[in-house]
Design a protein around this ligand. Structure first.
Ligand code: HSE
Length: 298
């Protein structure tokens, strides 16, 4: 018995929602093949595309599957093949795709003892291994699709939000690797009340705009004075890219997850292409290697 699945990339934080907001990208992701084995062991039998640990306990997919099986008291073994298309340390949820994909597939092979929502905590264990923190803002959208808000971590409460149909994401990935663990360690642990007021105003407005299909409000809400000023230092020409994206018609622009990828949120395919071309041209002029993706919210 085996299953082949698509494990999507995701954009976490979306500027105003550090650790609590994320969305799923429809056309970027890994492939995984999982099958039951009779050894009672979880084995990572193949990884292509990236250098990642083959030892199940050191691989986010293995750790997430182990957490699921532990909850079921199951001794079932699985072989996991991972075909990575998402680069590790790119900021579009590479570890989340592997963790979420693995538990999604295992759940299917076990005839779905868990709902997609119930799989989130298992996938979060993969995130704990990868980044030192079990955040859900990548794994929740990877498992549930669309936009998701983590209302609370203890207890975990994830709210699935609507997706305005014309939204497109442009992802620009400067080809440098930023480990989430490192880019979390540089963030300050306390913020001023003044900044908090701005941030929760924007986050509330962003959620409201998803419900009302208010694209301009979405754009105005994509702001972050807390994490972005610190993390953007790691991203070549971040401020310049932001200006170019906005001038080319993007609704908003920010860091994808913990970076170094950046995202431009656009209304419609034509606008996304225009913004993609503009930021791409800038990096080409600066001779910075990059990947560029365009995607719907999936
Ligand atoms: N919310 C997490 C962070 C996402 O920003 O560190 C990591 O992809």
């Amino acid at each position: 018995e085996e299953i082949k699945i698509f494990a999507p990339a995701t954009v976490a934080n979306l500027s105003c929602g550090f650790d609590v907001l994320g969305c799923c990208l429809e056309s970027i992701g890994d492939e995984m093949l999982l099958r039951k084995n009779t050894t009672g062991e979880i084995r990572i039998t193949k990884i292509s595309g990236q250098e990642l640990p083959m030892e199940a306990d050191k691989n986010v997919a293995g750790v997430a599957v182990r957490a699921l099986l532990k909850e079921l008291n199951s001794q079932q073994g699985f072989d996991i093949e991972i075909y990575k298309k998402i680069k590790a340390g790119s900021g579009i949820g590479s570890s989340a795709a592997s963790s979420a994909g693995a538990v999604f597939a295992v759940n299917k092979l076990l005839n779905e003892p868990f709902s997609p929502e119930e799989l989130i905590p298992f996938a979060m264990e993969g995130e704990r291994l990868a980044s030192g923190n079990a955040h859900a803002d990548n794994v929740a959208p990877a498992l549930l699709g669309g936009f998701n808000l983590i209302r609370s971590y203890e207890p975990l409460e994830v709210i699935h939000l609507p997706t305005p149909q014309d939204l497109r994401m442009v992802i620009l990935h400067p080809l440098i690797e930023v480990k989430t663990m490192d880019s979390r360690s540089i963030i300050r642990q306390s913020i001023s009340l003044q900044k908090a007021v701005k941030q929760w105003g924007n986050l509330g407005a962003f959620v409201s705009a998803l419900y009302s299909n208010d694209y301009d409000l979405l754009g105005r809400s994509l702001k972050d004075e807390i994490v972005e000023p610190v993390r953007s230092i790691l991203i070549p020409f971040f401020d310049e890219l932001k200006i170019i994206a906005r001038e080319s018609g993007a609704l908003g622009f920010g860091i994808s997850g913990s970076g170094p990828s950046v995202f431009a949120m656009c209304k419609g395919e034509a606008s996304a292409k225009q913004t993609g071309a503009a930021i791409q041209k800038y990096y080409q002029e600066k001779e910075i290697d990059f990947d560029l993706h365009l995607s719907k919210i999936g």
